[in-house]
Ligand binder design. Structure first.
Ligand code: DGJ
Length: 739
């Protein structure tokens, strides 16, 4: 029973493997946050509360003339705008009479022994207990139901809120966030993940000082630019030590994560749907469910925090047949052919791939309608039989005959003006009447909030997917939203459209994935523009970035690893010189980097040298051999890429310490370079390990303690003489416990 309620002290305690989350109902009925951190030994931290005195911070009406109580200083589970707490809030609401100052008071609670499904939204699943606390406005029957599901093994609390209008009249939600965490201290950092197309999830660590730091998206999707995952941590926290709190939103649309240090030097983090562009009309009797935020705590540094998210998301977020199943090594034709392909060319690529051990061909953009370039045909999900003669059924037979599976690309949320769909339904895209529309990649965005639009796209996709034995779908999305106006919504409900768009996308995904449970879905948005925990509920893997340069990828995959498991990271070996950067790297280096992901190829394998072809065979073999270690093992970042960018090093270790895989890539070699020492992790201290390179060369035998405590010197590259180092050399070293 991880959830306890102390009736006398009116205290709730949620116990996890290493942590405790505690809150209390105070004398006025406000639900105050007490603690989310290391265990409390069964004790209460109610003594932390100082309702305080602060000029210019008013007391609520219930306190009468008492000048020593203010919501502006109190830590709160679900702070509300307008009633005397001037810090960042979770809810802002306009009641029917225009009043905007509800006061949420504890009404009741219950403990469920399951994880409630959030209708129409992604959510964690699996065995857990859930605490449901109902708060009610002191003055009306506006209710907020707070949900806390405890995933004890991972020190994770899944939080969301349901706002229920029982006021007897319609109300307007101006903000409805998912979670808030108050920590009554200062001196924290915020780690967040910024980027742009082909440069996603760059790690930035910023001290939190007085005021607010917020990262957000108003692009209609979670975006390349900011990720809905942030970490609050002690200023001194490292990979291995210090307190840190992760905030991860299971949502794929506009979001905000805000960290604030207030006048009393306390820290507050809020996360949820971005209130910018959001307004929701809630009729009497209706409710609004916020997305879920997964909060995870680690008192043992950022590395442990990441490992908890990895396990939680792999086991309790990803769903379906493919969540834990070994993924096929694939060849994707995008960078091999772009739009210039036909069935024979695809089969030739597949023939070469199958000889080398590759297991699936993915036909990317260009197989449908009049799609000879990226200016047309989105929305016409009908096979172009000039390119794929005999249709998908025939192509699939030819690919299956090679012993390979077949996968297909779609971009369901988009429409080209030059398409049959647009000519038939020019009103189906997001657009405001009498105004122009912005184009991105010369495409418009379909109004996914509309059922008729979703039904039409569904039916086309269903027809194609039923026409052949498909094993995989890549679901792409190549522009952000503008002109967010729907012909289906009245003027005073247009503020609901961003969220309704996301709900529509989720509904279509749910429908298709239910109809084709055998298909592995990979998410994509111009690479990793929608790499979020919401999408992972529908797709167990997401194309990490359109940047396939292995050296650029080191930083992108590094950033991604903070909040997302390796099994979700789509990664391919592509051509050299690289198509995004022109950088030349060895085939080996490209393989080492792509192997820390779902692994596949994205180049014309027929153009490889015989030596490179042999390397493909060896890489596929190695990937199969290391699959469980890479995907089920513990992942350790060994060097901080925000502190230096000369070498990247990371390790996978089996939970029982029996094996490990060490990966090292030289990113930039400087004059008179002295390779650094790495402190390995996750090994059995007093056992011996044999270290062998992926080319079979034995490096030596060390004890686990020596490798972890004294360290392992990064090898010099053999590529230069006398043995020195070169840019982009990579090492993959297997550690086997031998006694
Ligand atoms: C963007 C994706 O990220 C690429 O991999 C490719 O599928 C293109 N779209 C196709 O248009």
């Amino acid at each position: 029973m991880p959830i306890f309620f102390d009736e006398n002290k009116k205290t709730f305690t949620l116990e996890t493997a290493h942590a405790a989350y505690q809150m209390m109902v105070d004398r006025d009925g406000f639900l105050l946050h007490l603690h989310f951190g290391d265990k409390l030994g069964g004790g209460s931290c109610a003594g932390l509360i100082d309702a305080g005195y602060m000029d210019f911070s008013p007391a609520p009406d219930i306190e009468g003339t008492n000048r020593t109580y203010t919501l502006d200083l109190l830590p709160q589970e679900y702070p509300v705008f307008g009633a005397g707490d001037y810090r960042s809030h979770c809810m802002a609401v306009t009641l029917a009479d225009g009043a905007r100052n509800p006061e949420l008071i504890y009404a009741s609670h219950r403990i469920l022994d399951e994880k409630p499904v959030l209708e129409g939204l992604p959510g964690l699943h699996g065995a857990c207990e859930t605490l449901e606390i109902t708060l009610r406005d002191r003055w009306t029957d506006l209710e907020v139901v707070l949900l806390y599901s405890v995933f004890a093994e991972y020190d994770a609390i899944a939080r969301s809120a349901r706002i229920v209008n029982r006021t007897g009249a319609p109300i307007r939600l101006n903000a409805a966030l998912s979670a808030c965490l108050d920590v009554p201290e200062s001196g924290f950092d915020l780690i967040h993940f910024w980027g742009r197309h082909v440069m996603e999830r760059q790690v930035e660590r910023t001290p939190i000082t007085h005021g607010k730091i917020s990262v957000d998206s108003v692009r209609g999707t979670s975006s390349h630019q900011h990720n809905p995952f942030v970490i609050l941590c002690d200023h001194m926290a490292t990979e291995d030590a210090g307190r840190c709190w992760g905030f991860s939103l299971l949502y794929s649309g506009n979001f905000v994560a805000c960290a604030e240090e207030d006048q009393s030097c306390s820290c507050r983090v809020t996360m949820g749907i971005n209130p910018t562009g959001f307004e929701w009309r809630l009729e009497n009797g209706e409710s609004f469910q916020t997305p879920e935020a997964a909060l995870v705590y680690s008192g043992e540094g950022i590395g442990a925090l990441s490992r908890r998210y990895h396990k939680l998301y792999r086991r309790n977020l990803c769903r379906g047949e493919w969540a834990l199943k070994q993924r096929p090594v694939l060849i994707n034709n995008w960078e091999a052919t772009y739009f210039d392909f036909d069935d024979d060319k695809l089969v030739k690529i597949a023939e070469q791939a199958s000889e080398l051990g590759v297991e699936m061909l993915v036909v990317d953009d260009g197989w449908f309608g009049n799609r000879f370039d990226d200016n047309r045909a989105l929305g016409d999900w009908i096979v172009n039989t000039e390119k794929v003669r005999g249709g998908m059924g025939k192509l699939c037979e030819r690919i299956n005959a090679l012993g390979m599976k077949l996968g297909l690309w779609f971009e369901p949320e988009m429409i080209s003006e030059d398409s049959e769909l647009y000519r038939a339904h020019p009103d189906w895209c997001l657009h405001a009447p009498g105004r122009g529309t912005s184009r991105g990649r010369n495409q418009l965005v379909l109004d996914m909030s509309r059922k008729d639009v979703r039904d039409c796209i569904h039916d086309m996709m269903y027809t194609v997917l039923s026409s052949a034995n498909f094993a995989y779908v890549k679901w792409d999305m190549n522009r952000h939203l503008t002109d967010v106006w729907s012909a289906e919504l009245p003027a005073d409900r247009q503020g609901e459209l961003y969220h309704r768009f996301v709900l529509g996308v989720y509904e279509l995904l749910e429908r298709l994935e239910g109809e084709f449970p055998q298909i592995l879905f990979e998410g994509c948005s111009g690479g990793g523009g929608r790499f979020d925990a919401g999408m992972l509920y529908y797709h167990p893997q997401i194309w990490c970035s359109d940047d396939t340069d292995p050296i650029e990828r080191l930083e992108i995959q590094y950033g991604t690893s903070f909040g997302y498991p390796i099994s979700t990271v789509g990664a391919h070996v592509s051509a050299s010189p690289n198509h995004q950067t022109g950088r030349v790297t060895s085939f080996h280096t490209r393989g080492v980097v792509a192997m820390s992901g779902t692994f596949g190829y994205e180049l014309d394998l027929r153009k490889l040298s015989e030596d490179e072809k042999e390397q493909v065979k060896a890489q596929v073999k190695q990937y199969h051999k290391q699959y469980s270690l890479i995907n089920d093992g513990d992942y350790y970042r060994l060097l901080d890429l925000t502190a230096q960018k000369d070498i990247s090093a990371w390790e996978f270790a089996a939970e029982d310490g029996s094996r490990a895989l060490l990966n090292i890539v030289y990113m930039h070699v400087r004059g008179n370079f002295q390779p650094p020492v790495l402190h390995l992790r996750g090994l059995t201290p007093d056992a011996s390990y044999r270290l062998t390179e992926d080319n079979g060369r034995e490096i030596g035998v060390w004890t686990g303690a020596a490798l972890m405590n004294a360290g392992f010197r990064v090898p010099r590259s053999n590529a230069c003489y006398p043995a020195g180092a070169t840019d982009y050399a990579a090492f993959q070293i297997e550690l086997e416990r031998i006694g």
